[in-house]
Design a protein around this ligand. Structure first.
Ligand code: 5AD
Length: 360
């Protein structure tokens, strides 16, 4: 029996077990993937829930060292979708049987923004006769703002911790009040206590990041008892400060594999949470998003943003799908899923089973 098999058979794992799993390769990695696939089949099944992704705005008040839409990047053309555009995309999602939306935006904290999101939530509920679900991913906001959005019917919120290690967090963000690890954590706590299905995630393969950091991230997610996770490889962007470290990174292939291993391990650790298969994986390999589904993810986020703004929502370089129409994107996904014996869940919210069980 290999040591990987014995780790995979344990009911509780240590940090050093996790590090060993994160480092495994070849046949051992396949064992990890197979175990994760089995766990997913048992606890989630082969249904994949959809979130129609709407990238509302790339305006951002933050200056994260890795992100292409950071405030200081003057090369990015800023946009803010009109409410009409958002509702048109929502209507498209509804017509296509996409049961839920994910509305993402750069981080803007203002009354204008709070009201804009509130109005969009109301509009989405209205045009879909209360049927479309809503995940928000609009950064750090006040508890009051989160509450206002929750009360209007947004029921899931994704806020990536980016790294659970405050030291690493401080290396990839400016050290100032606007980029505070503890504040981000407090936001996650607010979201959870308000009743949101709460999701977080990290970037994988960041400069300065160690296997221990990633193992810590997994333990953090378990400890925080998250309901959902969206995580993917770090991809460099030439107009960001972290680009200077591009020669210190793992190869794209290794970042890809490591991301898949993170997903597989998280599925084994947290059997019934929602795990998204993220676009960043697909940026490395066209089949990446399907591979993530095979090794444990159960959520896909087809981009339904209007084509005109897609290229400007450029968090990293070579973002895929910026030229697809929403119809093309959906068709590609459904064919891809069929080829790996999975199926799209149509007209379903696809809420986190983990969350629903806690509420019982
Ligand atoms: N590579 C990968 N992911 C990135 N994000 C931002 N910039 C990058 C990048 N260069 C992710 C962050 C953020 C989310 C919106 O996108 O995790 O939370």
């Amino acid at each position: 029996m290999t040591s990987i098999t014995s780790i995979l058979d344990k009911s509780t794992v240590t940090k050093s077990d996790l590090i060993e799993l994160l480092k495994c390769e070849g046949a051992d990695m396949e064992l990890l993937f197979a175990k994760a696939a089995k766990v997913k089949q048992e606890f989630i099944g082969n249904g994949v829930a959809l979130r129609g992704l709407i990238e509302l705005s790339n305006s951002c008040s933050k200056d994260c060292y890795y992100c292409g839409i950071r405030k200081s990047n003057n090369e990015t053309k800023r946009y803010f979708l009109s409410e009409e555009d958002v509702l048109e995309a929502a209507q498209f999602a509804h017509n296509q049987g996409i049961g839920s939306l994910a509305i993402q935006s750069g981080e803007i904290c203002s009354d204008f923004f709070t009201e804009k999101i509130s109005s969009i939530i109301k509009g989405v509920k209205k045009i879909s006769n209360n049927q479309l679900g809503i995940t928000l991913s609009c950064g750090e906001q006040s508890r009051e703002t989160y509450k206002q959005w929750f009360d209007l019917g947004a029921h899931r919120y994704l806020l990536r911790i980016e790294s659970s290690n405050a030291e690493l967090y401080n290396k990839i963000h400016p050290m100032d009040e606007n980029h505070n690890h503890q504040h981000r954590l407090n936001c996650l706590k607010d979201l959870k206590s308000l009743g949101f299905q709460t999701g977080t995630g990290v970037m994988i393969g960041l400069p300065f990041q160690t296997y221990e950091d990633l193992a810590g991230d997994l333990l953090f997610m378990k400890e925080f008892d998250i309901d959902m996770c969206g995580m993917g490889p770090y991809l460099e962007h030439s107009e960001t400060p972290l680009y200077d470290y591009r020669n210190h990174l793992l190869s794209l292939e290794k970042r890809y594999e490591l991301s898949l291993k993170m997903i597989a391990i998280l599925r084994i650790l947290m059997k019934d949470i929602n795990i998204a298969s993220t676009t960043a994986l697909q940026a490395i390999k066209p089949e990446g998003r399907m591979k993530a589904i095979e090794v444990g993810a159960n959520i896909l986020m087809p981009n339904i943003s209007p084509g005109k703004s897609r290229e400007d929502y450029s968090l990293y370089m070579n973002k895929p799908g910026t030229k697809d129409t929403p119809e093309d994107g959906l068709l590609k996904l459904s064919k891809g899923l069929e080829s790996i014996n999975h199926r799209m869940l149509i007209n379903e919210w696809g809420d986190s089973k983990h969350f629903l069980k806690k509420k019982q």
